[in-house]
Ligand binder design. Structure first.
Ligand SMILES: Cc1cc2nc3c(=O)[nH]c(=O)nc-3n(C[C@H](O)[C@H](O)[C@H](O)COP(=O)(O)OP(=O)(O)OC[C@H]3O[C@@H](n4cnc5c(N)ncnc54)[C@H](O)[C@@H]3O)c2cc1C
Length: 416
């Protein structure tokens, strides 16, 4: 085809968790044709979770967060094209175009472009000293400015904001978390867990402002100096970190006609509405059996990896629906939170164990069946609860709360 610089039998756009795992899964299944893995970032695929944890803390060098050693990609004959942003998709010609005008052909296209940090819409959002945490480059920029910073405002009390707050406290910074809703983690968990994390952060010296509406970020000489918050005192800050979620990075695909809104819609095999075009990871909307079939967009390493495996299989003609149980983790201070299942559409929940012991779980039910767990320093509950979620086991709240009954014994306990 005229003007096409190169062509790959499978072309993957986005060299993050989902894109890398798609390429790996294809080769593991002996896919013998050509694979191209294009990424906007300059780095080979790396783990994103450490960016708000030990990489931000400076405790883990970049080489130790690489998903695979650099030589891996060449050895597996996976053609890595870094620093390439795909700006257009042409499904009729089966090509993509990069920002530099390169046209690359595909047999099958896998869109794995993740998301971009959502920006604050108020004035001052683009001043120097305002940071996000999505890529290695973001964190390197932030780390460069950390030595000169004392007070840091973290906008957003979701997982990334809270993890960053915990890391920065460890580094001795004065941290204020500014959250628009009336509790942290409000979108993802039940109130007791929100209050537990709020108390933990406060005990560690983090200030938390709830129900806080930011009017603007003020600056001096082009640099952020603090936050103006409705009805509150000016919050001075040397640095502002904005962690208010992502916008799925899928505009070129939607412009090319793929279905979706706030993400690319895929079926249970990861297929978009365009022929031979798939999507995985943070940018993809998929019906989820653990949310009664509701279409959801999950943001987790597990989801990106499992969707990638499903898509690799589909490309190789092995249509197997994605039925992976969703799970996620978050590390803050000495607390490891592990969640399994989806809280969406749950009807009730119960706390299992003593929250004061800092080792407990919250078990959620949907129509009387175990649908999700948030386990704090409770790995046994996480492992055993996973089976309950997978099987949709019906259980009484009283039995779920009773720590003398291991969760693995619950099916029997509940039926007696
Ligand atoms: C700070 C942080 C902490 C996290 N912690 C956890 C955790 O503890 N546990 C957990 O389960 N999950 C965690 N996550 C979420 C997890 O990292 C994501 O869910 C996962 O990375 C999603 O994989 P992905 O492949 O969809 O997207 P990404 O890994 O983001 O990869 C997408 C890639 O595509 C590139 N790209 C975007 N647009 C284009 C384009 N047009 N052309 C070419 N390339 C493009 C991007 O630059 C990026 O490199 C965390 C995320 C962050 C940011």
């Amino acid at each position: 085809m005229q003007g096409v610089a190169q062509r790959h039998d499978v072309l993957i756009v986005g060299a993050g968790h989902g894109g890398a795992q798609t390429a790996i899964a294809l080769r593991q299944r002996k896919f013998a044709d050509s694979i191209g893995l294009l990424g906007e970032e300059l780095d080979p695929p790396y783990e994103r979770p450490p960016l708000s944890k030990d990489y931000l803390a400076g405790e883990r060098p970049f080489e130790r967060i690489l998903l695979r050693a650099e030589a891996f990609w060449g050895e597996r004959d996976i053609s890595l094209g870094l620093g390439k942003t795909v700006v257009a998709v042409n499904p009729a010609n089966r090509t993509v175009t990069t920002a530099s005008g390169e046209v690359i052909g595909y047999g099958a296209l896998v869109w794995a472009a993740g998301g971009r940090p959502r920006a604050l819409s108020c004035s001052g959002a683009h001043l120097r000293g305002v940071h996000t945490i999505r890529s290695r480059a973001d964190v390197d920029r932030l780390r460069e400015e950390l030595p000169a910073a004392d007070c840091i405002a973290v906008v957003g009390g979701g997982y990334i904001g809270l993890e960053a707050a915990a890391t920065l406290r460890k580094l001795g910074k004065r941290v204020t978390v500014v959250e628009a809703l009336d509790r942290v983690l409000a979108r993802v968990t039940a109130e007791p867990l929100s209050r537990f994390y709020e108390a933990e952060h406060r005990a560690q010296g983090v200030d938390i402002l709830l129900g806080a509406k930011i009017d603007c970020i003020e600056g001096e000489h082009g640099r952020a100096s603090g936050l103006r918050i409705a009805g509150a005192d000016f919050l001075a800050a040397d640095l502002v970190i904005v962690g208010i979620g992502i916008v799925p990075a899928c505009e070129p695909l939607l412009r090319a006609g793929a279905s979706g809104e706030n993400g690319v819609a895929v079926d249970e095999y990861g297929r978009t509405s365009l022929p031979d075009v798939y999507a995985v990871g943070d940018c993809a909307l998929q019906p989820n059996p653990y949310a009664e079939g509701a279409v959801v967009r999950l943001e987790s390493v597990q989801n990106a990896s499992d969707m990638a495996i499903t898509v690799a299989k589909a490309i190789m003609g092995e249509l197997e629906p994605n039925r992976a149980v969703p799970w996620f983790w978050s590390d803050q201070y000495d607390l490891r939170l592990q969640t399994v299942g989806l809280v969406l559409r749950c009807d009730d929940w119960v706390v299992r164990g003593e929250m004061a012991s800092r080792s407990f779980s919250i078990v959620y039910r949907r129509k009387g069946r175990v649908a999700a767990l948030d386990c704090v320093n409770a790995p046994k509950d996480f492992i055993q609860g996973r089976t309950l979620v997978q099987k949709g086991i019906a259980a009484e709240l009283g039995a779920l709360a009773d720590t003398s009954i291991p969760l693995k014994n619950l099916p029997a306990a509940s039926s007696t």
